[in-house]
Design a protein around this ligand. Sequence first.
Ligand code: MSP
Length: 508
Amino acid sequence: MSKNYYITTPIYYPSAKPHMGHAYSSIIADFFARFKKIDGHKVYFLTGTDEHGLKIQRAAEKNNKSPKLFCDEISKIFEDLTKTLNLSNTDFIRTTELRHKKSVQNLWNILEKNKQIYLSKYSGWYSVSDEAFYNEDEVEEKNGAKISKTSGSFVEWVEEESFFFKLSEWEKPLLKFYDKNKKFILPESRRNEVISFVKSGLKDLSVSRKTFSWGIKVPSDDKHVVYVWLDALTNYLSSLKYPNKNNDLYKSFWPADLHIIGKDILRFHAIYWPAFLLAANIEPPKRVYGHGWILSGDEKMSKSKGNILDPLEIINIYGLDCLRYYLLKEVSFGNDGNISEEKLENCINSDLANNYGNLCQRVLSFAEKNCSSIIPKHEFNNDDLIILNSISDLDKIRSFIDNQDINQYMSFIVDRLFASNKYFNDQEPWKRKEDKLRLSTIVYTAIELIRKITILLYPVMPQTTLKVLNIFNIKENKIDFSSLKINEFLIEGFKINKLDILFKKIEK
Ligand code: MSP
């Protein structure tokens, strides 16, 4: 098994400030990145901003700024958000950087050399908001305006000279590729969507624009700029120093293990991207996961709809880790999820304060009173071993992660939290004052359970779990998922450091 792991978020349009949908994609990717890190992988985690194209050019014009200045300002906000969200990203790429331009132009040259690109004329519908071309049967009329049936965004008629990519030639190879790589597109329902779209026939794709200038110039014809999606997708290669395929980064991390994206950009990642790569003799990524939308009421949360929940405000009120936990646990991964402050508060109270926080507080204060916070002696009986061993099956937990089954992973944790609290109740250590060894074994077991569950929670809530792991002096770079196998990790005689209250219950 490869011990390198390359994961990406979509690169965000800096056309307006980030919202919860963006935070969601990033937190998901960070969750996987952190899990893989504690499971012994060398992780490369990429995020960034997608800065070219008409959408950005128009947003800049509206703000009376040059596109570059406009992008500098908003990209900085996205970069700051990576810190606010405590992302463990390795790189932050901007498509206006020189390293990216070189990479895109190189890919273009290869496609041209491989006779995959030709000059013609595009006439059809274009949505600036989606930066997407739509066929006649993909648009409809609403209140006198033409909109895309899938995204609901306005489309405008475009007629201009354009370079085309021979996408139609890749219909069969793509279907073969999907068939050979059954888990290339997840979840399954989205895979089926993509396959039926490809089977219905692919037309050649316009890959350059001529009527505006904010983009990367086509190397062989500088009157054209490269279509923003061909430009943007290439970011996943640019960060690894492509076109230099002989450098360590590229050799270690390409093909990417996982592109985390929203379902609205599936077509670009699951059809165009592997087609461009196959056409350039580059191996496609191993997996594209299209998650659902964060909804506000019944609608997608989006800048253009103005119904955004500001992640910064939520973090200021409730704290980052509560938000991370809530999004990971309560949104059914792969489906749309309706989020609200009320549900977030319920989740904080029931799962974090009453379940996890309670387990830590009651066990540690009992240990303080009865064992002076020193890891005591133990001699396990069957009850102890059953509960400890229920958090030892590394392969089962790894399979949740490798199938991107976040909800199973989270249910497993919640279930083990309940079981651990129940264990402590049922064992009634407060009634075992006469039997010192039994009392101390229960304390030992309960503290081991806290250690194990806290390690599982680390990718979800890094800051909080680091506080808990600090009671054992376990530092971030020493967290080791495989130590869950061990039931006797804690050494008798070790004095546990103090732990402050983790979560305050929210009064309602
Ligand atoms: N720039 C392109 C991506 C290029 S990747 C090579 C883009 N940018 S975006 O800023 O519009 O969206 C970025 C991501 O945020 C997408 O995956 C999109 O699905 C996600 N979200 C935007 N709004 C969302 C919700 N309301 N809910 C969940 N995610 C959504 O597309």
